[in-house]
Design a protein around this ligand. Structure first.
Ligand SMILES: Nc1ncnc2c1ncn2[C@@H]1O[C@H](COP(=O)(O)OP(=O)(O)OP(=O)(O)O)[C@@H](O)[C@H]1O
Ligand SMILES: [Mg+2]
Length: 282
């Protein structure tokens, strides 16, 4: 029979192991479309904080940006999962990410008992950006992370707050860039030597060509999975960001389904975990 006490005690080793550790959680735009899911996510994050873990949230907002652009009669164009961003599109990206999506996540976490503070990579120079250069296409105001200044995130975390970061960066001339949230999450995780980097998305993890979940992927195998078109679209920046994080010393990286209730807690507090784990071959 299911025993609540046993279940609670089972999480004790994990609470002990992760106490005071940083976990960077990328909250994908596609996983936040449903109100009940947003509420579940907010409760999970508040719980992590109250048991002494330091979650730092980086969010996306692809569908929200696409929706607003559509309402304004503007087109969404992508290249390898990255949104081609001209000046007008950038205005909308900032409005939707930093103005709407960020504040909604903050509101939800605060409503569910946490103390969240919403900021963007522009605040306190958290994300110094540079233009992303591609060989065959100009992506406009799409940036790469050049440098992370994570101090403010640490201060907020240590003072009991949950930082919620919108993935916008700024260069030394004050020009703002739209940066894929997966790479921002990875860069922040690296800069803080995070215990875990968890991507919450709208699918169970990385799937093979037959749609079956791949439960673990070696960093060495990633390029062939992209080259043979197993991994496409929005999964490309996610898997490349996972590799970057592992290569640069983040403990563990997981891609999990944020549309399944409490998948975040299951990942953190169970032995088997859920979704796809990315690891480096010894
Ligand atoms: N091999 C694969 N396995 C799983 N999903 C894949 C694969 N290849 C491509 N995808 C696509 O990647 C999508 C996830 O990336 P997407 O960018 O859409 O979401 P997100 O990053 O969670 O949200 P946001 O970009 O708003 O932050 C999946 O919904 C799926 O369509
Ligand atoms: Mg994405």
């Amino acid at each position: 029979m299911f025993d609540k006490g046993d279940c609670l005690v089972e999480v004790l080793p994990y609470i002990k192991k992760f106490y005071s550790k940083v976990m960077v959680i990328k909250y994908g735009g596609s996983a936040m479309l449903d109100a009940e899911l947003r509420e579940g996510f907010s409760k999970d994050v508040s719980l992590l904080k109250y048991v002494g873990i330091n979650p730092i949230i980086v969010h996306g907002g692809g569908p929200e940006i696409g929706g607003t652009l559509g309402k304004l009669g503007m087109e969404s164009k992508f290249y390898q999962g990255l949104r081609i961003t001209d000046e007008d599109t950038m205005e909308v990206v900032v409005m939707v990410l930093a103005g709407k999506v960020n504040k909604e996540i903050v509101l939800q976490i605060n409503k569910n008992g946490g103390k969240a503070v919403g900021i963007s990579g522009v605040d306190a120079h958290i994300i110094k950006a540079k233009k992303k250069l591609m060989e065959d296409v100009d992506l406009g105001l799409v940036g790469d992370v050049d440098e992370v200044n994570p101090n403010i995130l640490l201060h907020l975390s240590e003072d009991g707050y949950v930082p919620v970061v919108a993935p916008i960066g700024v260069d030394e001339n004050g020009k703002r860039y739209n940066i894929n949230a997966d790479s921002v999450a990875s860069a922040i995780a690296v800069s803080l030597k995070a215990e875990k980097l968890i991507f919450l998305t709208d699918t169970d993890g990385v799937k093979d060509k037959n749609g079956r979940l791949i439960s673990s992927i070696k960093t060495n195998d990633i390029s062939s999975l992209i080259n043979n078109d197993t991994i496409t679209g929005g999964m490309i920046p996610k898997i490349l960001s996972s590799k970057e994080a592992i290569d640069k010393g983040v403990g563990k990286v997981h891609i999990i389904n944020g549309t399944k209730k409490h998948s975040l807690l299951e990942e953190v507090f169970t032995q088997s975990g859920v979704g796809t784990q990315i690891y480096e071959q010894e």
